[in-house]
Design a protein around this ligand. Structure first.
Ligand code: PEP
Ligand code: MG
Length: 591
């Protein structure tokens, strides 16, 4: 058996090893046949019975939910029950059976196609994705019509499985109702062919804390029932038929990961303070409003980066002011007065609005992206600024501008912000007049000139992902040069240090919101360099906090200064490793 791997989008971290349990895709099994007149009534009854069975099943699942089950679960089942009761699903197919004299499966599938088409016209990204719910409900009905046994493994099957041979669900898509049952049977993970970051499958995976990967595209075709697979939810990788060595390696990683997670939970509500009493703000990065649940679960004390461009992606029309306002307000209110730093649109390069309308240019990362794009489209920017200002009345919102390279971009931004404020004032709309404006330092030109930016801004946030890309001239999306991407390059560290010093000099806060902030191996170095605010994916908060709790700032500062004076990565790397082992040893680089 050959071992191979496939890649998707990891939506929930963790490692699972188990046997593949393939879930059939009932929709693909639907055939069309004609019925003689005298069987039509029976067929309609068969259809009604199937709807009733599914309703009964869903209600049963709903009432069996454990008390401490995430609130979303019950809400999802509720949505499916509501859809089932809607005439367009429960009645319209009967008419189709009658008029077309066709089988019930075909009738409900025809009706589903029509509803899905209507959903596809909806502009709102979130609502559009809800078409998946319609498909999932219909699939359930079809399974009953086709007489499929429950998709779940039987109790005997499950109890026959040893600990390390738990089942991993492999599906085209998984409905929330299925997922709940899967959870109750303690499946190890689930992976799907479809799904985006706002799909219910992804939302559920995060709230259930099961390793999960979506958008694998061909998992169901490539994986066979019963095969041993490894799911690495963090990396978004599935390894099929791993050999002995890989299996041993992943078992070890899994044990370590699980042990660490258990231990980390203990510090969830502990303040992130060093041994010598220095407080560090640990904020979270989010992409969609629903991510706030994970932010809270991780014990983050604010949102340091809300990447608003996800609201603009995979659609033909821009979200209007109201849609944006609702999203920003939702996050601000959910954070109940804690800081919410919302970044203005960072479209361009690898983040295009609509894949069909990608504007090709020779060097997209160096092109019209982020603030450059917004300044070239003042109306789009104006709409976003108004939405942000309006939402600022409902929470502690700060605005962050990406990709600044010149002061003139900053000044134009300020003018546009004033214009947006003026328009709201004229309409008597409330907003925070003193809303803080920060800038991302992610282009070397901005880091070198950080003092000038700090003097005209309220705060700075270092985007190390781009800062490294532009400093080292490495396209962050290009695998061929990925090995050159190194946050410990002395030039990168120097630019970060210059930015921190600029902030200190002018009394402006400086944070890091790139991936570096969430890498626990770099925490001691970063705080030693003077950073007091780090913003990262919620799943990294606890491991970073743990580093902080074991840090002695006085020692870290001195040792970080030594590291900053080095010019050779090969000397820097071992010293950073040493810094992590203990905070107060005397670091002497090898000559
Ligand atoms: C960064 O560049 O470090 C950053 C946080 O922004 P993004 O990853 O969205 O470009
Ligand atoms: Mg960036």
């Amino acid at each position: 058996m050959t071992s191979f791997s496939i890649h998707g989008v990891g939506v929930s971290s963790g490692i699972a090893i188990g046997q593949a349990h393939l879930i059939s895709n009932a929709l693909l099994e639907v055939v069309h046949y004609q019925l003689p007149m005298h069987l039509i009534d029976d067929e309609i009854k068969r259809f009604s019975d199937a709807i009733a069975t599914v309703k009964y099943d869903l209600e049963k699942i709903n009432s069996s939910l454990r008390k401490n089950a995430p609130a979303e679960l019950s809400a999802f089942i509720g949505t499916h029950l509501m859809m089932l009761s809607d005439k367009s699903l429960s009645e319209a197919p009967k008419k189709i059976i009658q008029n077309e004299k066709c089988n019930a499966e075909w009738a409900i599938k025809l009706q589903m196609d029509e509803i899905v088409e209507q959903f596809e016209q909806i502009e709102d990204n979130y609502l559009r994705e809800r078409k998946q719910d319609v498909i999932q409900v219909v699939e359930r009905v079809i399974k009953v019509l086709l007489g499929h046994p429950s998709q779940l493994a039987t109790e005997q099957q499950l109890s026959a499985l040893s600990e390390e041979h738990k089942l991993i669900l492999v599906a085209h898509d998984i409905s929330p109702a299925d997922a709940i049952q899967f959870k109750q049977h303690e499946f190890a993970a689930f992976i799907t062919d479809v799904g985006g970051i706002t799909s219910h499958t992804a939302i559920l995976a995060r709230s259930l804390n099961i390793p999960s990967i979506v958008a694998l595209q061909k998992a169901r075709d490539l994986i066979r029932d019963g095969e041993i697979i490894i799911v690495d939810g963090k990396q978004g990788v599935v390894i099929i038929n791993p050999d002995k060595n890989i299996l041993t390696e992943y078992k070890l990683r899994q044990e370590q990961w699980e042990l660490e997670q258990q231990k980390l939970q203990r510090i969830k509500s502990t303040k992130a303070v060093t041994l010598d009493g220095i407080n560090i703000d640990l904020f979270a990065n989010i992409e969609v409003p629903d991510d706030v649940t994970a932010v809270k679960a991780a014990g983050a004390t604010g949102i340091g980066l809300y990447r608003t461009e996800f609201l603009f992606m995979n659609r033909r029309e821009m979200p209007d002011e109201e849609e944006q306002f609702i999203a920003y307000k939702k996050v601000a209110e959910a954070m109940k007065g804690d800081v919410v730093i919302i970044r203005t649109l960072d479209l361009g390069a690898d983040k295009q609005m609509n894949p069909d309308t990608v504007v090709t240019c020779a060097n997209p990362a160096l092109g019209l992206r982020a603030i450059r794009y917004c300044l070239s489209e003042p109306q789009i920017f104006h709409t976003q600024l108004r939405a942000l200002l309006r939402a600022s009345h409902f929470g502690n919102i700060k605005i962050l501008v990406p990709m600044l390279s010149t002061l003139s971009e900053l000044r134009q931004t300020k003018l546009l912000l004033e214009r947006a404020k003026l328009s709201l004032r004229k309409q008597g709309v409330l907003f925070n007049e003193n809303i803080a404006l920060g800038g991302m330092i992610e282009i070397p030109a901005a880091a070198i000139n950080a003092e000038a930016f700090a003097s005209e801004l309220d705060f700075l946030s270092i985007g190390t992902n781009d800062l490294i890309q532009y400093t080292l001239a490495i396209d962050r999306t290009d695998d061929a040069v990925a090995h050159l991407y190194n946050p410990l390059h002395p030039s990168v560290l120097k630019l970060i240090s210059m930015t921190i010093k600029a902030g200190e000099k002018l009394g402006k806060s400086v944070s890091v919101c790139g991936e570096m902030a969430g890498d626990a191996k770099l925490t001691k170095l970063l705080i030693g360099m003077g950073l007091r605010q780090l913003s990262m994916h919620p799943s990294h908060i606890l491991s970073v906090k743990q580093q902080i709790l074991h840090s002695q700032m006085s020692a870290l500062s001195a040792n970080s200064r030594k590291i900053l004076n080095l010019t050779d990565i090969e000397k820097i790397e071992p010293l950073v490793a040493k810094l992590n082992r203990t905070a107060d040893l005397r670091l002497n680089p090898r000559p």
